[in-house]
Design a binder for this molecule. Structure first.
Ligand code: QAP
Ligand code: CO
Length: 173
């Protein structure tokens, strides 16, 4: 399966994703292909909608202290639901669908989610630090939302200006 990452302002990123109901070989092939495109693009997280599959699927591989992303650290999270959330934290986020732009975003500090694994087994996960932030960022994708929509009016304006300039420069090359 050859996947390409949709980038802002592609309207397909605004689709609301649907739950996965069948946990079969096709799903496993999609998950494997998502992992390949995420790592090839130097990503730490990816939602299925970013490769034009409007399904409640996200994958994460948070780099370890050496910056490595070994396959055993891959997390596959299907049909996630936030059950608990506590506190607030701010982190400078980026997104494979908004390449080249990073800005501070406020999120819940810790969350507890329930989700399903690739075989449909239900699991619970308590997340903090970057894992918590990344799950919230990816779950926003499942609702059709990008991190730039959480910026203040002034910062959003700054983004639109910078991003348009970047796209223009890209097209001129
Ligand atoms: C989402 O983001 C995230 O602009 C995952 O040129 C971000 O993998 C979760 C990337 C921050 C938690 C904190 C972005 C790669 C990757 C770029 C990513 C770029 C190349 C972003
Ligand atoms: Co993203």
């Amino acid at each position: 399966m050859n996947l390409t990452i949709l980038t802002y302002p592609d309207k397909r990123l605004k689709q609301v994703s649907k739950n996965v109901t069948v946990f079969d070989e096709k799903l496993h092939k999609l998950l494997d292909a998502m992992n390949n495109v995420m790592l090839a693009s130097n990503g730490i997280g990816l939602a299925a909608i970013q490769v034009n599959f409007p399904l409640n699927i996200l994958i994460l591989n948070i780099p370890d202290s050496d910056g490595e992303q070994p396959p055993e650290n891959l997390m596959e999270i299907i049909n996630p639901v936030i059950m608990k959330k506590n506190g607030t934290t701010t982190y400078q986020e980026g997104c494979l669908s908004v390449p080249g732009f990073y800005e501070d975003v406020e999120r819940f500090d810790t969350i507890s989610i329930s989700y399903q694994d690739r075989d449909g087994n239900t699991k619970i996960l308590d997340a903090d630090n970057l894992l918590s932030i990344a799950i919230q960022h990816e779950m926003d994708h499942l609702s059709g939302k990008l991190f730039i929509e959480k910026l203040s009016y002034a910062r959003r304006k700054k983004f639109e200006k910078e991003y348009k300039r970047m796209l223009k420069e890209k097209n001129e090359r």
